[in-house]
Design a protein around this ligand. Structure first.
Ligand SMILES: Nc1ncnc2c1ncn2[C@@H]1O[C@H](COP(=O)(O)OP(=O)(O)OP(=O)(O)O)[C@@H](O)[C@H]1O
Length: 662
């Protein structure tokens, strides 16, 4: 046993120890190489503990955390090594108590030439690769992103020009309150949070409107646009979402909300008719708005070449990762307004960070949420909404920009899907068990069991769910109609591999559909094969996550083509041989399903989840899967594990919430 300097005790020299740890799966090859290569750059040579910290930081980044909080390191087993009886004991621990660990590591980092300790200065003159701040170790790039996002959001979280006008113009306050009342006719004393959200967006340069599915985010924001365009008729507005699918849904949703509002704009609301016509319907992806440059991680629009707009609306903001949010905010002109819409309870972005959850973090009060309006904003909102809003001791300017919608208009209060989503969101295992037992008609449970009946039941549901689009295909319906029918039903899996992973379930569904004779998968590309794109192809206009179908093209002697629907509703057809990398998509991961909704969803959970699989089975994963379903939610799983997963919260390590709220 060798005792290293800096209070680290290891059974092997650190490079060999990391190699062994890699074989165990405790770190990846990338983590090990990152640690070795970065430490090799340093002069003077770095101690073994630094190598360990570098490997741990890399491991954190691979798990989509933005940083390594030093307090999360386990002094006794920092690499989380498993002790394997057959091999010599692999030891790696700090020779100090857990309580002494953080100060000792901080001292080590303070002395390292690789680390800049961020304090009063805002930039490191030496561009060191690592940054230490408030007990968190960052890769410089991520520290920068966090810094950028926090400072821009704080800068935007101020009163809008309209708020200043309202404060000094009693007549404007009165007429605005009347318009709000017309658009949100409040009945009873309960606070109408949609109205408050609209008033928030009117009075603040930044508004964050969060809420679960069907809580009225799109309805509210459309009404906000009516009010803003009435007051500022030349406002240039852009609508964006993180994926093509989400952008298409936003366009669709704005279009139908406008159609629904149109007949309501009469009497005192009639002057809003013109504003209604001006509301844009076309949403783009964030990448398209920023002007992606193929093969480059930079965008055409940035701080020195800002976007030309007055108001940006970002839907599905929970899917926006930290780097993309930093770039989006960087490209936003200083005087532009920003409205973020999203569901803070959903799975976080596929890449690093959990920006929306961090923004909302300051409203968290135990298991509940609490609005935090300052005295001035509470009084302004109360006048506008003609309802009494309480002021709260607030620690951040952000509090005045946030509003959370909690009542779902999509699910009846006593409907199974809404109840289940709510119980999962509160980790209420007793309620979850009760809901499954009650037998709601929108819910269907299949238990994994040895005789395979659970899987058989699920596959029968797939034959029915996917039977609709396959029948349309047999009837030679239009590709767009067939694709729409395909998108009514979807199987979601918690993970890609394993017995109940996407790969296996896709095979099982393909076999089950072949048995119905509606699918004939005799070659790689066969009529009816659904595909999901796995990489971006800017030339073809196909992007990671796009879903299409292989179908015959009647205009080309039934030649098989891959058909996709573009965000504007038009169809794109591509020769299958030209498709970028893709997979079959009867089943897809819950992660990939974010931003989409289906009439019916069937979720497949692992049979007997262990180790890292358990980490994936989180409350956010279940909630995201359930809320993809509009009418029916089916689940194949292990009932105990389902309930247990609802208590497993994933928190991404980040300093953003602290920067925003303290
Ligand atoms: N205050 C309300 N009263 C009655 N129905 C409402 C109200 N607000 C919204 N709705 C209805 O609820 C449904 C969902 O509204 P909306 O699409 O605005 O919600 P959302 O939060 O944007 O949903 P999603 O998360 O699915 O995008 C729509 O049919 C809408 O007409």
């Amino acid at each position: 046993m060798e005792i290293m300097s800096l209070a680290l005790i290891t059974s092997l020299p650190m490079p060999q120890l990391l190699q062994q740890a890699e074989q165990q799966g405790a770190v990846s090859a990338l983590d090990r190489h990152f640690a070795l290569q970065l430490s090799a750059l340093a002069i003077p040579p770095q101690p073994p503990a630094m190598l360990l910290l570098l490997a741990l930081l890399s491991k954190q980044l691979s798990a989509q955390h933005s940083c390594l909080p030093l307090a999360h390191i386990d002094a006794d087993n920092p690499l989380e090594l498993r002790q394997q009886p057959e091999s010599a004991a692999l030891t790696c621990r700090f020779d100090c108590s857990q309580s002494q660990l953080v100060p000792q590591i901080e001292q080590l980092l303070n002395e390292s030439s690789l680390v800049w300790v961020a304090a009063a200065q805002t930039e490191d003159p030496h561009n060191r690769p690592l940054v230490l701040q408030s007990g968190r170790l960052y890769l410089r790039r991520y520290w920068h992103y966090e810094q950028q996002v926090a400072s821009k959001l704080r800068q935007l979280a101020c009163d809008s020009e309209i708020a200043r006008r309202l404060d000094h113009n009693a007549e404007l306050m009165r007429s605005s309150a009347a318009l709000l009342q017309g658009l949100f006719p409040t009945v009873g004393a309960a606070i109408d949070w949609q109205k408050v959200a609209a008033a928030t967006a009117l009075t603040r340069q930044l508004a964050v409107i969060t809420g679960g599915p069907g809580t009225g985010k799109t309805t509210t924001v459309t009404k906000v646009l009516l009010l803003l365009l009435q007051l500022l008729p030349t406002l240039s507005i852009r609508l964006v979402a993180p994926t093509g699918k989400a952008a298409a849904r936003l366009s669709e949703s704005i279009k139908s909300t406008k159609a629904r509002l149109q007949p309501q704009l009469n009497g005192s609301l009639a002057p809003l008719q013109q504003a209604l016509q001006q509301i844009p319907e076309q949403a783009a992806t964030i990448h398209r708005l920023l002007g992606f440059i193929p093969g480059d991680s930079r965008f055409r629009y940035h701080h020195d070449n800002p976007l030309l707009l007055d108001l940006l609306i970002v839907d599905e903001a929970s899917m926006v990762d930290l780097p993309l949010m930093a770039k989006l905010l960087d490209a936003l002109p200083d005087n532009a307004r920003l409205i973020l819409l999203g569901d803070q309870d959903q799975l976080a972005s596929v890449e690093a960070g959990a920006v929306l959850a961090d923004i909302c973090q300051g409203l968290k009060s135990g298991d509940n949420w609490q609005m935090r309006y300052s005295q001035a904003q509470a009084s302004r909102l109360s006048q506008l909404c003609q309802q009494q809003l309480p002021a709260e001791a607030t620690t951040s300017v952000l509090g005045d920009s946030l509003c959370m919608l909690r009542h779902s208009h999509r699910f009846e209060d006593d409907a199974g899907i809404g109840l289940l989503a709510n119980a999962v969101n509160h980790g209420d295992t007793a309620a979850i068990t009760q809901i499954w037992r009650t037998g709601y008609q929108e819910l269907q449970w299949y238990e994994h069991n040895d005789d395979g009946n659970g899987l058989k039941g699920l596959l029968a549901q797939c034959q029915q769910g996917y039977g609709v689009y396959l029948s349309l295909m047999q009837q030679h319906a239009e590709p767009q109609q067939i694709l729409a029918a395909f998108n009514q039903f979807r199987v979601l899996c918690a993970m890609r591999s394993g017995d109940a992973g996407v790969e296996n379930i896709n095979l099982a569904i393909t076999r089950a559909l072949t048995l119905t004779s509606k699918l004939k998968p005799h070659s790689e590309f066969y009529a009816g094969r659904p595909i999901i794109i796995r990489s971006n192809d800017y030339n073809l206009g196909l992007f990671n996550g796009d879903i299409g179908l292989i179908l015959p093209d009647a205009s080309q002697h039934n030649r098989l083509m891959a058909w996709f629907e573009r965000a504007d509703g038009s169809m794109l057809k591509v020769l299958p041989a030209r498709l970028p990398s893709h997979d079959t998509c009867f089943a897809m991961t819950v992660h990939k399903s974010q931003g989409s909704e289906f009439d019916s969803v069937a979720l497949v959970l692992p049979t007997n989840p262990r180790g890292p699989q358990l980490q994936l089975l989180s409350r956010e994963l279940l909630y995201t899967a359930i809320t993809r379903a509009k009418r029916r939610f089916i689940c194949l799983g292990n009932s105990r594990e389902f309930a247990a997963a609802s208590r497993r919260l994933t928190r991404r390590a980040s300093g953003l919430a602290q920067r925003l709220w303290q």
